[in-house]
Write a protein that binds this ligand. Structure first.
Ligand SMILES: [Zn+2]
Length: 201
């Protein structure tokens, strides 16, 4: 898979030595992956070599693509550990990371090192968990990033801008993968815990 992506995007020498970190964050259903794919596509159009990775545990739609809710797709490589990125980054100019909240605490350090090497690093990830708590290590990454875009969804209850992830099933697991039906976007005043109180009769 890895070789296939490389052949698709080619391997070009970097023209700039200035790297930086961009974070696209916000709640579920706020279009983070869509925005990540949009930025990767624009870089590709400019003939920059792009590499997109995601956590190996996130295989909800596809193992070798990142897929947004609106079915936009971009080839990606699943990684077990974010450190594995060092082995495959080679001379790519742009590195995208989707669902980055599922990587371990080393994420900010790895992104910082790549940016220091001159790579544009674009990271999409949740900033809050299902209880509205900071979802580490995204807040730490936001602190060291040059650019942070916080996106909002639309509250399913009242239609106002929403920044929280309402879980609709009673589970205290931080990760509930493959269970998109178990969530909806809510604003601060419509968010409820425990989930039983959130479900309308
Ligand atoms: Zn609301």
């Amino acid at each position: 898979m890895h070789a296939e992506i490389r052949s698709q995007i080619g391997s070009r020498a970097r023209t700039s030595s200035t790297g930086w970190i961009e974070v696209i964050t916000g709640s579920m259903f706020s279009g983070k992956t869509e925005e990540l794919i949009r930025r990767m596509r624009r870089a590709q159009i400019a003939k920059q070599s792009c590499l997109l990775v995601k956590p190996a545990l996130d295989t909800r739609y596809s193992t070798d693509h990142v897929v947004s809710h609106n079915q936009e797709r971009f080839p990606s490589i699943p990684l077990k550990r974010i450190q594995d990125l060092y082995n495959i980054v080679e001379d790519h100019q742009v590195v995208g990371i989707d669902e980055a909240q599922f990587f371990e605490k080393d994420l900010p350090e790895v992104c910082g090192r790549l940016a220091d090497k001159g790579i544009r690093v674009i990271v999409a990830g949740l900033d809050q968990d299902y209880r509205g708590r900071p979802f580490h290590p995204i807040p730490e990454l936001m602190a060291i990033a040059e650019y942070v875009t916080k996106q909002l969804a639309i509250c399913t209850q009242c239609g106002r801008p929403a920044h929280m992830n309402q879980r609709l099933v009673n589970s205290e697991e931080q990760l509930l993968l493959g269970a998109m039906d178990a969530y909806e976007a809510r604003c601060r005043s419509c968010y409820k815990w425990p989930p039983e109180s959130a479900i309308r009769p």
